[in-house]
Write a protein that binds this ligand. Structure first.
Ligand code: GLN
Length: 562
């Protein structure tokens, strides 16, 4: 049987949850027993998302194979419970780069290479390759941006071409916002969506389904109006109201029988839906028995007057997964690292939290504030989880305060520091010197050997094993001192092994090491209630149904669950 393709485009405006809609469509088809995968197309000329500023574009998500991509890929992995690969992500830049490289290799056999048809044909080829790699029966493709934008015309052209060739194998879904005018009561306005459909029509496309986003559910008369004006039937309009918990969206879609509609459209047969585990998870998340207050000390959330938390999306989701699994309701507060600089009294607010996270980051801004916060939580026995930069700055703080290395620093901030406790490996130095910054960090999955006496070891071997190497259940013979995990990385700097003994003498436990290069992957302070920091990003591997062991550890310590 042919692979089936569901393209998802956005109308009217961006930021209405198209990525989560794609993840939810993938989820409902997966729940019907179909092998499903999701692909994201980003309209940027950037070859990957690694060079994009998180305050502008949101979090840079990292896959096992090192691909730096859009945060929506994280949503796909979380909803599907699957690891995706670089084949599932493309940008305008990466597509052009590949086509130009082909042309340079004479792969077009001397023919003129034109934007149309070569670029759309190449897009189709890439999507088919992604489906094949993932052995998917259905591939859901998210087209970034909104219809009518000049920059995604070639992607729509790819949909048009594929649909002409394989009409029964392609469905097009439009995710469109129905705004409510403040002065007009609560009526959802349909006209902008009607225009979006006309724009698609002008590109030679007709949506098969409209996911009508709105602050409230879409009523029948609005559905009728949209159907009539957008060449659809009323049942092709799916109500997609705002929700508090995004993981409920697949269930909401099913209220309007979205999976049945798609299956019929694509002439697909499937099993009856099975949402048992998912529903159990939703029930747990909606019925907490206690509150846990978590503070996240960062800097990428101030965008003018807005608090933008997208830069830390996976951290946020990982906290939720872990808390919900323990029947706790996470109350998350975003704490601005800069506010702690030269201001010891402001640190007192950290006492109000059950746990503190210092997530990943780059550059000088806010660094001393993060270090001050880490010192405070270390001295006040407040549960702490450091992620990447969070580990590096915890090492700097410990070196300065406990090991007496007053001038300790990371060479990222002070290249001339006499005590470079965090520095670059020679391979990274080459990249920095050549200014080859795109795609050149330590990226993707690396193995890590756990210290048998560490908290991490205990957590990984007792919690849900989503991060364990290999598949299947834990067996007693895995509980050996050489127990390995695999976690994702995105950084240029490392703990300098020259200072390892000094750190250990000061009471720091090296809880995880890279087996090949002896690089420090996890540190802990055994005396502390919970002080764990990782060079990798555990948040990228947390899933709703298998929360990450280290986040579980933080929440357990924070809420004093045994
Ligand atoms: N800036 C640090 C490095 O490049 C940490 C990166 C991160 O937190 N992702 O090593």
């Amino acid at each position: 049987m042919e692979t089936k393709f569901i393209f998802v485009a956005g109308g009217v405006m961006s930021g209405v949850g198209k990525g989560v809609a794609v993840a939810s469509i993938a989820k409902i088809l997966q729940a019907r027993g179909l092998e499903t995968t999701a692909v994201k197309i980003d309209p940027y000329v950037n070859v990957d998302a690694g060079t994009m500023n998180p305050t502008e574009h949101g979090e840079v998500f990292v896959l096992d194979d090192g691909m730096e991509c859009d945060q929506d890929m994280g949503n796909y992995e979380r909803f599907l419970g699957r690891n995706l690969s670089s084949k599932n992500y493309m940008t305008t830049g990466s597509i052009y780069l590949d086509v130009i490289n082909r042309e340079r290799n004479l792969d077009y056999g001397g023919k003129c290479v034109e934007v149309v048809p070569q670029i759309p044909l190449f897009i189709i080829e890439k999507i088919k390759r992604a489906a094949k790699t993932n052995r998917a029966k259905v591939v859901i493709v998210e087209i970034g941006g909104t219809v009518g934008e000049y920059q995604n015309i070639l992607f729509l052209e790819a949909v048009r071409m594929l649909k002409i060739k394989q009409p029964d194998d392609v469905a097009l879904v439009l995710v469109s916002m129905l705004p409510v005018l403040e002065a007009g009561g609560t009526e959802l306005k349909t006209k902008p969506t009607q225009y979006a459909v006309r724009t698609l029509n002008a590109a030679g496309l007709q949506p098969d389904i409209i996911l009508a986003r709105g602050s409230v559910p879409v009523d029948d008369s609005r559905k009728e109006k949209l159907a009539l004006n957008c060449n659809l039937r009323r049942e092709d309009i799916i109500s997609a109201p705002n929700v508090k918990n995004i993981y409920e969206i697949p269930l909401n879609f099913e209220k309007d029988r979205l999976s049945d509609l798609l299956l019929k459209k694509l002439k697909l047969k499937a099993k009856k839906k099975d949402f048992r585990k998912w529903k159990k998870f939703i029930h747990k998340s909606n019925n907490p028995t206690k509150k846990v207050r978590i503070g996240i000390v960062g800097k990428y959330f101030n965008s003018g007057d807005f608090v933008l938390t997208d830069s830390y999306l996976s951290v946020l989701e990982a906290v939720k997964h872990a808390a919900w699994s323990l029947r706790a309701d996470p109350e998350i507060t975003w704490l601005n690292a800069e506010s702690y600089e030269n201001n010891p009294t402001s640190l007192e607010e950290l006492k109000n939290f059950d746990g503190i996270i210092v997530p990943g980051g780059f550059g000088k801004r806010g660094v001393e504030g993060k270090i001050a916060a880490i010192k405070y939580v270390r001295e006040n026995n407040i549960p702490f989880l450091g992620l990447c930069y969070g580990l590096q700055l915890a090492v700097v703080e410990f070196a300065r305060d406990i090991c007496g290395l007053k001038e300790a620093h990371t060479t990222e901030i002070d290249p001339e520091t006499p005590k470079p406790v965090i520095c670059t490996m020679p391979d990274q130095l080459v990249n920095i010197k050549k200014k080859q910054m795109g795609g050149s960090m330590r990226l993707g999955a690396y193995k890590c050997k756990l210290h048998p006496k560490s908290i991490s070891y205990k957590l990984y071997t007792t919690s849900h094993p989503s991060t364990l190497l290999g598949t299947g259940k834990l067996t007693p013979n895995l509980l050996t001192p050489n127990f390995l995990i695999s976690e994702r990385h995105r950084h240029r700097y490392e703990v300098n092994n020259h200072y390892r003994l000094k750190l250990e003498k000061g009471g720091m436990l090296i809880a995880g090491l890279n087996p090949q290069r002896e690089l420090i992957e996890i540190i802990e302070i055994p005396e502390h209630k919970f002080f764990v920091a990782t060079q990798f990003h555990p948040e990228f591997k947390s899933r709703p149904l298998s929360p990450h062991p280290l986040f579980v550890g933080l929440i357990k310590a924070a809420s004093e669950i045994k």
